[in-house]
Design a protein around this ligand. Structure first.
Ligand SMILES: C[S@@+](CC[C@H](N)C(=O)[O-])C[C@H]1O[C@@H](n2cnc3c(N)ncnc32)[C@H](O)[C@@H]1O
Length: 247
């Protein structure tokens, strides 16, 4: 199922700095508190665990955390930071596990890195079959930002300071619901190009895909601290459980 996109060494080498710059390290404790509250000391599986930004602090709160990632480079980052988390190389669009988990979570837009509808549904199906009877699936990703495109292209400034200029370029493929995106990071005399293609999904399509695999929406929030999901929300945190009809 894996169509080849993976976080390579180039991404891994700047991941910590990039997520810090984007405020994602600072807010990790909010995600951890939310996940801990929803799993109450049970077992968790992170889909696209990366460097353990959230998994490591969650594992320090009496939750047994495991993870899957398809990037050798990201798994090496994780292994360099902790030995307490079992993580393995695999495709989140197509996995099976011996264990069942009280919470499975897929955060920070990782789900949208699956570039085809079939891969996204397969991910949800794999997750549904790895949940314990009362287990929940937590998804966090951005509301599609399709404003501001001219001739199907857009450039967004993410950050400018004394040392860095970081911009994102997007090309819209409306037939596939894909944004062929890349981060361009200029600093001193160097420039990095970090690909980040996505298949964007609205929350209602996610609900429909979840229903296809026997899950139903239990909660939806606009942020990790329980803020409401509104028209102004830039992302959502959606919690699914087994549908009553399939339990
Ligand atoms: C945006 S990062 C998020 C990492 C981590 N979840 C976090 O919140 O910091 C996306 C992660 O998903 C992984 N990934 C992307 N596509 C994947 C796939 N098809 N299967 C497994 N992992 C994947 C990447 O290697 C990367 O580590």
């Amino acid at each position: 199922m894996d169509d080849g996109f993976t976080y390579d060494d180039n991404w891994a080498s700047v991941y910590q700095k990039y997520t810090d710059m984007r405020g994602r390290i600072a807010e990790a404790h909010e995600a951890v508190a939310f996940l801990e509250r929803h799993c109450s000391g049970g077992t968790a599986l992170e889909l696209g665990i990366g460097s353990g930004r959230v998994a490591i602090p969650l594992s320090e709160r009496s939750v047994r955390v495991e993870g899957i990632d398809n990037s050798d480079s990201m798994l090496k980052l994780l292994a360099g930071r902790t030995k307490a988390i079992k993580a393995w190389q695999g495709d989140i669009a197509d996995f099976t596990c011996a264990n069942r988990y009280d919470i499975i979570y897929c955060i920070y837009n990782t789900f949208t890195l699956l570039l085809a509808r079939e891969a996204q549904i397969a991910c949800l199906r794999s997750a549904a079959s790895a949940l314990s009877q009362k287990g929940i699936l937590v998804m966090e990703f951005d509301v599609p930002a399709l404003n501001g495109f001219i001739d199907g292209q857009k450039t967004t400034t993410l950050l400018v300071d004394h040392e860095n200029t970081v911009i994102r370029t997007d090309v819209h493929d409306s037939l596939k619901q894909n944004l062929v995106s890349a981060i361009l990071w200029f600093s001193d005399t160097s420039v990095r190009r970090l690909p980040q293609p996505i298949r964007y999904v609205y929350h209602q399509e996610l609900d429909t895909m979840a229903e296809c695999v026997g899950l139903e929406l239990a909660e939806r929030w606009g942020d990790w601290t329980g803020g409401a999901f509104t028209q102004a929300s830039k992302r959502h945190i959606s919690v699914y459980r087994r549908a009553a009809s399939s339990a």
